[in-house]
Design a protein around this ligand. Structure first.
Ligand SMILES: Nc1ncnc2c1ncn2[C@@H]1O[C@H](COP(=O)(O)OP(=O)(O)OP(=O)(O)O)[C@@H](O)[C@H]1O
Length: 610
């Protein structure tokens, strides 16, 4: 229930539509009901059931009062007048015309209420999507290594779709169908209390049976959505890793994996469908059984003259009752789909409720410029319980470059990730201009930095938008200027549409070196005070390598840079080199000092393995 209400809370901004919906829905129900209440007089006329007493009774117009009695009387008054004037057939035409008009109105209002609901439904889902997207984009980096990507994508697409299909669809059922049932039952009560009490006694029994079936659906729904998450994961890995899969002949392996998961998904869905499909036949069967019961009991009462119902009233009663079955069935069907939707909604809300571990503190200071230095003071860090950094101390002065080198897995990437607060240290602190970076506003801190990663992170967009990423106000000239500094302008101009060429997903239409130069151009345009650079390890051909090196050189010139270095040229130009191994700084100094030391650095440089 709590989850359900929470979904509805997304509709709060649209509550002004609710009165429209209520009015339309009520009118639709009332006009629908009118059809069936016309049946009784119709039968009366056809079966010639109207006695002289009744004729007498309705010959006068009634005194106005706001009661069912008044309207019934008024209706019968006109009805008998029409009957007297036009005869049986004329009355039939009269009744049928009213039926046609009221069916038309009933459906018109049903349509209008549906339109209002569709708007609210679309808005609820949009609100949910935006909410999740926002939450996920605010999460700290660690979250993305803990959560499976496929599962996240699946939650943001399939689960939301499931909520849309089931729960929001059932909104109609929440109001319209129960009101229909209540109104129809009121009329039934009005017609015969005895018979209606009898039918109401039968309903909880059928309700309990249907409830039992639908409750079991939820667990299966969770399994199904989790499996779908894994399917998306495999698909994502397969498509992004197609090159490796083909080269290593791993097609069969990945196919088997996919086959297993889709097989499981199919099995879960079959089991879910079995339960789901059961709901409708069961309610159909129970419904007809109830009608048969009423026929039997009511027929007995009528035959033995124990009921106030006339024969035509009894038939009208039965017909009206069968009309209650439809909304009742809708309610039972909605109950089963709500269970599925709730399972999805819970998965979505688990994401929506995750709290980012790295946020600006409420008293955070603004940080407009970088003046003096970045300091690592006794920094220690662990991923969960795996310690990867211990007692890291260094000072990076403004305008200087520090290069981090060392064997793989030593902790270099982790060190640079602490500067933009992708992670926070467990012990010690990282300071900018003498103040712990946790005390600055996160946005301000990151605005000072430009990051060029080992793999060029490009988006399926134009060259222009990839360079001006996060800077929508950047001018054409500034983007071109940045591209020129990054040695990218020439190749961009050779592309089909120059700066407006779409570079494909992750820039697959470009070469490795071109991708790197685009990433560099992006950093040049941002012109950050602090540059964090993770040099690519993959070797480029010498011409391309020279262009990239030159571009990097220009990017780093007169800038404060923290570089994970793999190129000897970068290392030689660094003011200080920190050799990182096993989470510690094991050697430090410039190139010559370190070569003289005869330690790990010398060993690494001799085998060229930075
Ligand atoms: N998200 C993570 N969760 C758990 N452990 C991690 C995570 N990221 C890295 N590690 C571990 O932390 C250690 C340091 O990794 P890091 O990436 O900082 O090393 P590195 O020196 O940059 O290596 P490389 O040169 O290969 O990129 C490694 O042992 C690695 O297995």
């Amino acid at each position: 229930m709590e989850t359900y209400l929470r979904i509805l809370s997304y509709a709060r901004p649209y509550r002004r539509y609710f009165p429209f919906y209520v009015v339309y829905a009520l009118l639709s129900i009332i006009f629908g009901l009118l059809n069936f209440t016309l049946l009784k007089p119709l039968f009366d006329v056809i079966f010639e059931q109207v006695g002289p007493g009744e004729l007498e009774q309705y010959s006068q117009k009634p005194e106005f009062s706001l009661s069912i009695q008044y309207f019934l009387h008024l209706f019968n008054h006109y009805f008998l007048q029409v009957a007297a004037l036009y005869g049986k057939f004329g009355t039939l035409v009269y009744v049928c015309s009213i039926i046609v008009v009221s069916v038309f109105l009933s459906n018109l209002f049903a349509y209008l209420s549906g339109v209002v609901l569709a708007k609210v439904r679309a808005d609820i889902i949009k609100g949910m999507r935006m909410n999740i997207f926002d939450t996920v984009s605010n999460m700290h980096m660690g979250y993305f290594s803990d959560e499976r990507k496929g599962d996240l994508i699946s939650k943001m697409t399939n689960d939301i779709q499931e909520v849309e299909n089931s729960i929001v669809q059932s909104l109609r059922v929440v109001f319209k169908e129960p009101v229909t049932v209540i109104l129809y039952f009121s009329v039934l009560f009005f017609m015969s209390v005895k018979l209606t009490v009898f039918t109401i006694l039968l309903i909880p029994v059928s309700g309990a049976i249907i409830g039992y079936v639908t409750k079991r659906l939820r667990k299966t729904a969770v399994q199904s959505q989790e499996s779908l998450g894994r399917i998306v994961n495999i698909l994502d890995e397969t498509i992004s890793g197609m090159r490796v899969i083909k080269a290593f002949g791993a097609k069969e392996y990945i196919k088997d994996k996919f086959d297993q998961e889709t097989g499981y998904y199919a099995a879960v869905n079959i089991s879910m469908a079995r339960k789901n499909e059961l709901a409708s036949p069961i309610s159909q069967f129970l419904g007809v059984s109830v009608v048969a019961g009423i026929l039997l009991y009511g027929g007995y009462l009528v035959l033995n003259n124990e009921s106030a119902l006339s024969a035509s009233e009894f038939i009208a009663y039965i017909i009206l009752f069968t009309q209650v079955l439809n909304p009742a069935k809708e309610i039972s069907r909605a109950l089963s789909s709500i269970q599925r939707g709730l399972a999805s909604a819970e998965r979505i809300f688990a994401v929506a409720d995750s709290k980012p571990k790295i946020v600006s503190s409420p008293q955070a200071k603004s940080l407009k410029s970088f003046e003096k230095s970045i300091t690592f003071d006794q920094v220690g860090f662990a991923y969960q319980d795996k310690t990867v950094l211990k007692g890291i101390n260094f000072v990076l002065e403004k305008g200087r470059t520090i290069a981090l080198v060392g064997p793989s897995g030593g902790g270099k990437s982790t060190i640079v990730d602490l500067v933009p607060r992708f992670y926070d240290p467990n012990t010690g602190s990282v300071k900018i201009d003498g103040v712990d970076i946790k005390e600055y506003r996160l946005d301000d801190l990151r605005k000072l930095m430009g990051i060029v990663t080992q793999e060029s992170i490009l988006f399926n967009d134009t060259v222009f938008n990839n360079i001006a990423f996060g800077m929508p106000e950047a001018s054409e000239e500034s983007v071109v200027a940045a591209a020129k500094v990054a040695n990218a302008h020439e190749f961009i101009m050779e592309l089909e549409n120059g700066y407006h060429t779409n570079i494909g997903e992750r820039g697959t239409k470009l070469s490795g070196g071109q991708r790197q130069r685009l990433s560099i151009a992006r950093a040049v345009l941002k012109n950050p005070a602090i540059l964090i650079l993770d040099e690519a390890t993959s070797a480029l051909d010498s011409a391309s390598e020279r262009l990239v090196q030159e571009a990097l050189g220009k990017l780093m010139a007169n800038r404060t840079s923290l570089v994970i270095a793999h190129r000897l040229s970068t290392i030689q130009h660094a003011d200080e080199i920190l050799v990182i191994d096993g989470g510690k700084i094991v050697e430090r100094g410039n190139h010559h000092e370190l070569m003289d030391k005869n330690g790990l650095y010398k060993k690494l440089s001799l085998i060229q393995s930075f």
